[in-house]
Design a protein around this ligand. Structure first.
Ligand code: G3P
Length: 217
């Protein structure tokens, strides 16, 4: 499973990228706001760090305007994936931009039917939002399973990009289901390294080591 980082925080991206943890990056208007930076400038900087797909989202609502914005975003770097919302106009935009050879990430997906439409429109990535379904007492992971089954039934090559991941367990479950990609905030990726028995075991090793009176260096 590929790991994308869901942030526009350049320092956090660089740290994880140095560890080989970053296969791509996803951003959205809320993350651009959080970064406090200009969208074109920060996206260009992210693309200079990461060679994999970097999603940059359009903000227009009409297809004609979305297409113009998408083309402008795609000029930033060859690894831009234009992110469009799963609306009818977003699907029209997806079809046009994917036909031009641009990567397209169709976002805000909350149903299997929406995912089916995105695949038909030539999406490179479909982004089902797990956490936001969980927030309304539905099961976001069920949606990932349904899309996996449907895409496999018909051989769609649109990649399932599991998004709105809130916990390390979401990552495990997405990997078990067979999501192609997961995107998570840096804190969730770091939390994957934590285990209470690792902490406990290390604590005991440190206590016993101190009793040996030895040094390695
Ligand atoms: O990739 C989409 C993601 O940014 C949404 O996450 O936690 O705001 O639902 P969240």
């Amino acid at each position: 499973m590929k790991f994308f980082v869901d942030t526009a925080d350049v320092d956090a991206i660089a740290e994880l990228n140095d560890l080989g943890m970053v296969d791509g990056v996803t951003t959205n208007p809320s993350l651009i706001l959080k970064s406090g930076r200009d969208i074109l400038e920060v996206t260009r900087e992210i693309c200079s760090i990461v060679s994999g797909p970097v999603s940059a989202e359009v903000v227009a609502l009409k297809a004609e305007d979305m297409i113009a914005e998408g083309r402008k975003l795609a000029e930033i770097a060859p690894n831009i994936a234009v992110k469009v919302p799963l609306t009818w106009d977003g699907l029209k935009t997806c079809k046009v931009l994917s036909s031009e050879g641009k990567m397209v990430n169709v976002t805000l997906c909350f149903s299997a039917n929406q995912a089916l439409l995105a695949a038909k429109a030539g999406a490179t990535f479909i982004s089902p939002f797990i956490g936001r379904l969980d927030d309304i007492n539905l099961d976001g992971l069920d949606l990932i399973s349904d899309i996996r089954e449907i895409y496999d039934n018909y051989g769609f090559d649109t990649q399932i990009l599991a998004a709105s991941i809130r916990t390390a367990n979401h990552v495990t479950q997405c990997a078990l289901i067979g999501a192609d990609v997961m995107t998570a905030p840096p804190a969730v990726i770091k939390a994957m390294a934590s285990h209470v028995l690792t902490d406990k075991g290390l604590d005991q090793f440190m206590k016993d080591w101190a009793k040996t009176g030895q040094k390695i260096i």
